[in-house]
Design a protein around this ligand. Structure first.
Ligand code: GLY
Length: 327
């Protein structure tokens, strides 16, 4: 399963040649690119097209593409014949370091993003960093925000390494990018294996920066004005500033995190992207977020680099003051 954009690159040909060499029969299902495919209609169409190919229980679904393809094809694999194996082959940095790993699959609802789906672990995730050489720089940087996120949550050693090597990774150094991806994915894998279904709260740490990010994206209309990874960069910068404000995190650590995002060409404040979000509207969007538990806002905040933690009960007045000061 792939989309029309990826089908126009050499990656699909490489994959089908490799299947043919291995004597594996493969059918290609190509869908239209874009988030709109992650809908009831999109999953219905995809499942029916796959069923029409005459599948059986040994059929393996292969998702070749970015996060939308991975989420949608993964969900189809979870429900077709009550569950087929899926192999994820992510072709964007964001999908390589985040969405292809950990088994979250699903579609959007008019009520919100990713509200319908299943945990369905891939049999295998194949990451080829050379496919990133074709990505537009803006998309690569946006994916890098999720890569850094894992370092900021739990791996200060990786963060130090990225301070040194991040610019080379973004500049097309495939060897160093491979190291960065492998180390970043390891952090996620470790967290997911301890809390696969997000019960104990540890997996929720992976939402670092996302309470702010989703509130910004909602206001930007989930459009190309603000890519998801850019929103995550803004959200992580805001989470550091809020952590300093609440006396959790030394200013110097927050400064390092924010400086690295900037060095990677990612924003710290919405104004840097020519965007302005009224603090009250941002807070209202946050109240609707999935991470509101028992009527309280729950943030992932931090005590420093690699030291994220879940923080329920953050006073709304502090959030508003931070948003006003850090716009
Ligand atoms: N992207 C967050 C998670 O997989 O839990």
């Amino acid at each position: 399963v792939t989309d029309r954009n990826v089908a126009g690159t050499p990656h699909l040909g490489r994959l089908t040649t490799s299947f043919a060499r291995a004597g594996v029969t493969a059918e290609i299902v190509t869908i239209e690119p874009g988030e709109a495919a992650k809908s009831w209609r999109g999953i219905e169409e995809l499942c029916e097209r796959i069923l029409a190919l005459g599948i059986d229980r040994r059929t393996v679904i292969v998702a070749l593409g970015g996060g939308v393809i991975g989420d949608l094809a993964g969900f189809a694999a979870a429900i077709l014949l009550r569950g087929l194996d899926v192999v994820q082959i992510p072709t964007t940095l964001l999908a390589q370091v985040d969405s292809s790993v950990g088994g979250k699959t699903g579609i959007n609802s008019p009520q919100g993003k990713n509200l319908i789906g299943a945990f369905h672990q891939p049999r295998r995730v194949l990451i080829d960093p050379t496919v990133l050489l074709d990505l537009p720089g803006r998309e690569l940087r946006a994916g890098y925000a999720e890569l850094v996120k894992h370092a900021l949550i739990r791996d200060s050693g990786l963060f130090e390494w990225l301070e040194e090597n991040g610019p080379a990774c973004l500049g097309g150094d495939v060897e160093r990018m491979t190291t960065a991806i492998a180390r970043s994915v390891s952090v996620k894998v470790e967290i997911v294996s301890r809390d696969e279904h997000e019960i104990s709260g540890e997996r929720a740490l992976l939402n670092f920066g996302h309470t702010f990010a989703h509130a910004f994206e909602t206001q930007a209309g989930y459009s190309s004005r603000l890519l998801h990874g850019e929103a995550v960069a803004l959200g992580m910068a805001a989470a550091y500033a809020l952590s300093v404000r609440l006396g959790l995190c030394p200013g110097q650590e927050a400064g390092r995190a924010r400086a690295h995002l900037r060095a990677a060409g990612l924003p710290n404040r919405p104004a840097e992207l020519g965007l302005a979000f009224p603090p009250e509207a941002t807070l209202a969007a946050m109240r609707k977020d999935k991470k509101v538990a028992g009527g309280q806002l729950v943030f992932v905040l931090t005590r420093g680099i690699g030291m994220a933690e879940l923080c329920p009960g953050v006073p709304e007045a502090e959030v508003l003051a931070l948003l006003a000061a850090d716009a």
